[in-house]
Write a protein that binds this ligand. Structure first.
Ligand code: KG4
Ligand code: ZN
Length: 351
């Protein structure tokens, strides 16, 4: 059973064809990163316009690469929540038109459910319940995932998403957009204990997150170090010729990353421990982070839990995860009418 999955929730125009919820026949993504780069962040209006330009071509390519036509499809699935409303509307309008023209069932999918499902597309033996940490530019969510794709949200961010603070900190450090990968790479050469940035809500006793305090703290630190003339801007300085009062970009990157990852790992592992889950899945763009992957593995091993993450093509926004979870929902009887609408917000539990 082949399903076309479409996602235009943020700054990627994505379409994919997936057979039986797991076999990825195509997974086409048009990134808009270059468009938004010069603004140092995503400009929603530009995102919508770029989706309009790309959507028909991306859908055609997804079908061509999968070597199928609309006649071979069982249904069309589209992300209709949460996300940038103007961006979501493009995907929803396209999916509705295609479903109508080709007389195919339409399914509106929650983007976060897609991210959570991504691991299951690769690891079919994942036990339920398991803990899933979704960390991306727009989301930070800790969820208990139950059989039948039922969820209990344990916690989420009270302010900025984890990826968002990576991007903002990269901006303060003059490292461009998006900043996650650059900071990750620099951090590997820096000292994670050079600066003690705060770990907000680490000891809150619940599973909520807050990252804007770390971001502000880094910002003040950078401004102060620049004013005092102790910041080595290029990040390449050799420790040998550094005076002890100097601070490098790579040390700031490593110390910032240590703070973010420490909180994410601590809460994810506590969640697994208290629910008795023996698997923790990582998903979303920040799941690519080398320090997050490595430290989560070590901390999870201490409680006998395994850590899973999908390949990058399924971690970041894509249509395959939407087609994948749509297959499960289709089996459960989900069908949406042509009145399907987009919504900027949307919890995964009141679906
Ligand atoms: O899932 P994604 O592609 O798009 C959203 O739905 O947001 O995630 C993009 C986010 C960006 O904030 C980017 O900086 C971050 O993922 N990211 C990383 C890494 N690679 C991408 N963050 C930390 N470490 C990385 N290696
Ligand atoms: Zn996403």
């Amino acid at each position: 059973m082949k399903i076309l999955g479409i996602d235009t929730s943020c700054d990627e125009t994505a379409a994919a064809v997936v057979a039986n919820g797991r076999e990825v026949l195509s997974n086409v993504v048009a990134s808009q990163v270059e468009v938004h780069q010069e603004y140092g962040g995503i400009v929603p209006e530009l995102a919508s316009r770029k989706h309009i330009e790309a959507i028909n071509y991306i859908v055609s390519r997804a079908l061509a690469e999968a070597d199928v036509t609309f006649k071979d499809l069982e249904a069309i699935a589209v992300t209709n929540r949460p996300g940038l409303i103007g961006a979501l509307l493009v995907g929803v309008a396209a999916a509705k038109s295609l479903a109508y023209c080709h007389n195919l069932p339409l399914l509106g999918i929650n983007h976060i459910e897609g991210h959570i499902y991504a691991n299951f597309m690769v690891y079919d033996h994942l036990a339920f319940p398991h803990i899933c940490l979704t960390v991306s530019g727009g989301h930070t969510l800790l969820v208990e995932v139950h059989e039948g794709w039922q969820y209990k949200v344990l916690g989420s961010t009270q302010d900025d998403a984890a990826g968002e603070v990576y991007d903002k900190v990269a901006k303060y450090l003059g490292l461009g957009f998006p900043g996650g990968k650059v900071i990750d790479d620099l951090a590997q050469k820096g000292n994670p204990t050079a600066i003690k940035f705060p770990r907000p809500l680490r000891s809150s006793g619940d599973y909520q997150f807050s990252f804007s305090g770390i971001k502000t703290s880094v910002r003040y630190f950078v401004e102060k170090a620049r004013r005092a003339g102790v910041l080595v801007e290029d990040g390449q300085a050799d420790a040998m010729d550094m005076s002890p009062d100097k601070v490098t970009i790579k040390d700031i990157a490593a110390s910032f990353q240590a703070a973010v990852v420490d909180v994410l790992v601590y809460k994810s592992v506590r969640a697994a421990e208290s629910t008795g889950a023996n698997a923790i899945t990582l998903t979303g763009g920040v799941a690519a982070n080398s320090h997050l992957r490595a430290s989560l593995k070590i901390a999870a091993a201490e409680i006998g839990a395994e850590v899973y993450y999908p390949p990058m093509s399924l971690c970041t926004d894509n249509g395959a995860m939407i087609a994948g979870i749509a297959y499960q929902k289709y089996q459960q009887g989900l069908r949406d009418g042509l009145s399907l609408n987009a919504a900027a917000n949307g919890s995964i539990v009141d679906v």
